[in-house]
Design a protein around this ligand. Sequence first.
Ligand code: SF4
Ligand code: SF4
Length: 136
Amino acid sequence: MSSRRIVLTFPKKSVDKPIVYKLIKDFDLVFNILKASITPDEEGLMVIELSGDKKKIDEGIKYLTDQGVKIQPLSKDIKVNWDKCTQCGACVSICPTDALYIKDRKTMEVAFDPDKCIACELCIRPCPPRAIEVHY
Ligand code: SF4
Ligand code: SF4
């Protein structure tokens, strides 16, 4: 028995397909959804933990890729370079997990909670001074 945490991005056209059901039924995997949201471009985003036979997990992941689902391991590290950050708040509304949030409503100070971050990278492009960095 092994388990793997991955980030899935579902293209618009597959959001309503029974992909999760197939994973459970055909690959005998336990599927634990850690986080799910819809991005502003209507892509589905899901952070899951798959548990089961290692070979079945590999087969299940191949099935997902064949369905056009983008797979990312949860191994990237997102960092905010506060020296570059202008506290504009653009990243806060885009972050699906509230890892980037307004710490103080009076000063509108932006803060980052790495424990909530799923490394989806949605915040990277909207940040005007490119203050959010991905570390591998
Ligand atoms: S990568 Fe950015 S947008 Fe995605 S969860 Fe982490 S902080 Fe939020
Ligand atoms: S978008 Fe960039 S500059 Fe603006 S608050 Fe977020 S990290 Fe700071």
